[in-house]
Design a protein around this ligand. Structure first.
Ligand SMILES: [Zn+2]
Length: 545
């Protein structure tokens, strides 16, 4: 369908803008509504009115401004608007209109004002394929031809709206960002834009500047061409990290698949770089489809040969293979698959040249598994010792010693919650133990009380299945510390309440008690405590095997 403004429009606009014609508009109240039609300010003889949130404008403005013909049927009190192959009939005070012969409902009927028929502009505009927007700050209705938009040569999946104000074309900025794979893009200079229909619109040059790629406005063809095809230039690994190298930033859509475990990243509006396409072709000829260079090198050096690996047990790398492919050609989507040897957590970091995927292994359960939880850590120091020391350092020192001792027993598999001064939520500590289906959970803490003479060792459990383990821990621990015996107690501390296996929390002694604090901070005494805890675990393990 051919759309154009009738040359008559300009003549009429000039006419409308001369003082006599504009007199009615200038007498309007402060609630005046401005019109911007086809990029030009238009002042109609009868000012537009707003009714129930809808702007009504004289029929002539619509007709001429939007390049339509209007016929008035006096008998039926109906305006028939024709634009191209579209015909719209609206009747005065009627909420029913006819669009190409079909009944459609209006929320605001046409009305008469100063002997002019006023029509709801947005309804009429949109029925006729015109873009209509409302800029609340300047109280301006903006209406213009609806341009065609192409994104990398195709129609975008979601509508991208354009508004013409004078000679500047404004585009719905967030819609463009989303369509090029940059949803949630933070604009550097939003103040250069306007808010139309509650959306940020920016001049197309600015969107191009900030997003990259090229955005061209072809006025003659009434066409906006967005060319922003990202290129994947490489996928490499470095230990437990994968680097996805790209020309332009895009947000990956990532998810996990199992059997085998793999992390999938879909890169929207992305194509493979030419050399990667070549490489894939070569690999296809060799029978290995979409595998990266590294995988091939590893395979040819026998590094990943399962038989040779089996003869010499060694730590299996987390990443089994890396693959990429042009997953979809329309719209272009590249898929990167990270195949794993075991279940892993992953984290995406966007860098200036792509995405870094950081993998954190989730250990597989292979033996009698003990999760050792050093209480507090990082931003959470725990209790304050009388020497200015922190509970988090005591718990970590003892936990690390317990972990080292437990590792000497081949029947035990030990997973520390933390081995450094980092913070974990209580829920994360519990999740580690529950997800691994650990056999025991031991949480190490130290106590504090305002009165410095208060002291002693106490041990907590919550679930009935933890009581025996708690009694053993307490027996060995109190025996080692020789602090006052505060006993074994049931208490609903989060980490022992929510773990599914036998779980115990020790409060070895009081950091607020000068004598106990001096011992608790001594490495030799910490060794003694660690040995006592390991003895308790071993006794528990032996009695339950
Ligand atoms: Zn604590």
């Amino acid at each position: 369908m051919k759309r154009r403004f009738y040359p008559l429009l300009l003549a009429l606009l000039v006419l409308l803008l001369i003082p006599g014609w504009a007199a009615a508009a200038s007498s309007a109240t402060e609630e005046a509504v401005n019109l911007m039609i086809g990029g030009q300010a238009v002042t109609p003889d009868v000012p537009p009115v707003i009714k129930s949130g809808r702007t009504l404008v004289p029929v002539r403005v619509i007709a001429e401004g939007l390049g339509a013909d209007v016929a008035w049927n006096e008998a039926k009190r109906t305006a028939v608007i024709t634009r191209g192959t579209t015909q719209l009939s609206l009747t005065l005070d009627s909420r029913t209109a006819l669009l190409n012969g079909k009944q459609v409902k209006l929320d605001t009927p046409p009305v008469i004002s100063q002997q002019r028929m006023l029509l709801p502009l947005r309804f009429v505009g949109e029925s006729l394929g015109i873009t209509v927007g409302w800029d609340n700050s300047s109280r301006t209705v903006i209406a213009n031809e609806t341009p065609q938009v192409t994104l990398n040569g195709r129609a975008p999946e979601k509508a991208i709206k354009l508004y013409q104000v004078s000679d500047t074309m404004y585009v719905s900025a967030d819609a463009v960002a989303e369509q090029v794979g940059q949803k949630g893009f933070v604009w550097n200079r939003p103040e250069r834009g306007m808010t139309i229909d509650s959306q940020l619109v920016l001049p197309i040059e600015q969107v191009e500047d900030e997003l990259g790629g090229s955005i061209t406005w072809n006025k003659k063809k009434n066409l906006l061409e967005i060319e922003r095809l990202n290129r994947l230039t490489g996928v490499t690994k470095d230990g437990d990290r994968v680097h996805i190298e790209m020309k332009l930033p895009v947000q990956a859509n990532s998810f996990v698949l199992t059997g085998p475990h793999r992390i999938v990243l879909d890169l929207p509006q992305t194509a493979l770089a030419d050399d990667l396409v070549e490489e894939l072709k070569k690999n296809e000829e060799n029978g290995s489809i979409g595998e990266s260079e590294e995988r091939k090198q590893a395979a040819s050096s026998g590094e990943e040969d399962e038989q040779s690996a089996a003869s010499e047990p060694k730590e299996e790398p987390l990443i089994a293979s890396l693959r990429y492919s042009q997953y979809s050609a329309s719209p272009e989507t590249v898929r990167v698959v990270i195949e794993l040897n075991q279940k892993s957590e992953y984290n995406l970091a966007y860098t200036k040249d792509g995405i870094e995927v950081k993998l954190t292994p989730k250990p597989k359960k292979t033996g009698y598994l003990i999760v050792v939880d050093a209480g507090h850590g990082g931003k959470d120091p725990g209790a304050l010792g009388v020497a200015g020391n922190h509970e988090k350092d005591y718990t970590l020192a003892v936990a690390n010693k317990v972990v080292a001792l437990l590792k000497q027993y081949p029947e035990f598999q030990v997973v520390p919650v933390r081995t450094t001064d980092v913070f974990y939520e209580l829920s994360e500590r519990v999740a580690i133990a529950n997800e691994l289906e650990a056999d025991l959970f031991l949480s190490i803490h130290a106590n504090s009380f305002p009165k410095p003479t208060t002291g002693g060792t106490e041990t907590f459990y919550y679930n009935a299945n933890s009581k025996t383990f708690a009694q053993l821990v307490h027996k060995h621990l109190q025996g080692a510390t020789q602090f006052p015996d505060r006993g074994v107690k049931a208490s609903g501390f989060y980490v022992i309440k929510n773990t599914k296996m036998p779980a115990v929390l020790t409060e070895t002694g009081f950091l607020s008690n000068p004598q106990e604090n001096a011992l608790l901070t001594s490495p030799a005494f910490q060794d003694k405590i660690a040995k006592a805890l390991v003895a308790a675990i071993r006794e528990y393990y032996q009695s339950y095997q």
